[in-house]
Design a protein around this ligand. Structure first.
Ligand code: G4F
Length: 340
């Protein structure tokens, strides 16, 4: 049975990836950070899934704790290691730049170096980000210049280059997946898409009057997270390690997202959305639009969910959820809470 370690297992991508790997017959070891905020709710269903019984293990661990990492790597000897853990909120990275760079930029080095020193044959996936392109003109592909615009993006650039460097220097089977924004009903509530869809549902229920947002003009290439974890897996199955952009090839503004989300329930976003400068960033990334033709050609990967379908799925999921929220176990604080 093939074995995989997934860091950041409790996050949106981690939960989808654990599901995918279990479906494919893997033994999956998720690493989660202990927090005071409670259980790993995105993973609870897997812990109780009889099909995953004896194949799904959760371990407490921290991106800053090399000893724990070495211990788990030596014990599991995984075939594949997916490094998804990060402080992943761009605006928050301006508030806590040093810890962001440590967790998001230096921690992948700990994993790469540990795999190398232990002499493991483990294939390594680094979750790189389209934020690395920053102010580079769209469309962006694997050859586009990197111009990061936040501490988060700088950290991702460091980890990306380290991944490439360990591949070139030591022959590690290490790949960097440059993923454009990817969303789902499991998205953390402080990212703009989920913040909007949660607000739409709260407004429909009469629980909220306004939605406070920052820059509505930024454009993003938004795909479905479930599709993107499939791309991660395909990258590690390829014969030779390489770097891939994963994107839909279409970009929409935050305002267009609002338009569709509010429109889906028969409301006009203009009646509810209010500007709040606190959600602006010191440096913005204006336009991300990915060219994923290499992933299509080599991995035979294409997205399956359109932008419109993604938005309506997210709104519908929030409308249906009687529960107020999925606990967000990522490290960033919540825009909604910081506003209340
Ligand atoms: O949803 P966002 O916070 O995502 P962002 O900054 O694009 O980063 C996400 O995607 C990256 C991949 O490209 C990942 F690497 C990263 O970890 C994360 O998953 O913001 C999207 C846009 C930004 O331009 C932001 O300025 O929405 C704008 N925005 C406007 N009002 C807002 C808000 N963003 C947030 N989070 N909250 C607002 O109120």
């Amino acid at each position: 049975m093939r074995k995989a370690i997934v860091t950041g297992a409790a996050g949106q991508d981690g939960s989808y990836l654990c599901e995918l790997l279990l479906d494919k017959g893997y033994e999956v070891h998720g690493i989660v950070r202990r927090t005071s905020s409670g259980g790993e709710t995105r993973l609870t269903h897997l812990e109780h899934d009889p099909n995953a019984s004896g194949r799904f293990f959760l371990h407490h661990g921290d991106q800053l704790d090399t000893g724990r990492l070495v211990q788990l790597l030596s014990k599991v000897e995984p075939d594949e290691f997916y490094n998804l853990a990060a402080q992943s909120h761009v605006r928050v990275s301006f508030e806590i730049p040093e810890s962001t760079v440590d967790v998001t930029g230096v921690a992948p080095l700990r994993a790469l170096e540990s795999i190398r020193l232990l002499g493991l044959e483990t294939r390594f996936y680094q979750a790189s980000s389209s934020e690395m392109f920053g102010s580079t003109n769209p469309p962006q592909n694997e050859l586009s210049p990197l111009h990061p615009r936040s501490p988060y993006a700088c950290a991702k650039v460091l980890a990306h280059h380290l991944t490439v460097n360990y591949r070139e220097s030591y022959g590690l089977h290490a790949v960097s997946g440059i993923l454009f924004n990817h969303e789902s009903p499991r998205r953390g509530e402080n990212f703009v898409t989920r913040k909007i869809t949660k607000a739409v549902s709260a407004i429909v229920r009469g629980e909220q009057q306004h939605l406070f947002l920052g820059n509505l003009d930024a454009k993003r290439d938004w795909g479905f997270a479930g599709d993107y974890v499939e791309a991660m897996w395909r990258m590690l199955q390829a014969d030779s390690p390489d770097d891939f952009v994963v994107a839909t090839g279409e970009a929409f503004s935050v305002q267009q997202f609002c338009d569709l989300a509010f429109g889906h329930v028969g409301l006009k976003w203009q009646d509810y959305v209010r500007y709040d400068a606190r959600f602006e960033r010191p440096a913005e990334v204006d336009h991300l639009l990915g060219d994923a033709s290499k992933a299509k050609a080599i991995l035979d990967w294409t997205p399956t969910v359109s932008f419109e379908e993604l938005v309506t799925r997210m709104v519908d999921a929030d409308l249906q959820s009687s529960d107020k929220s999925v606990v967000d176990l990522t490290t960033e604080h919540n825009d909604a809470h910081s506003h209340s």
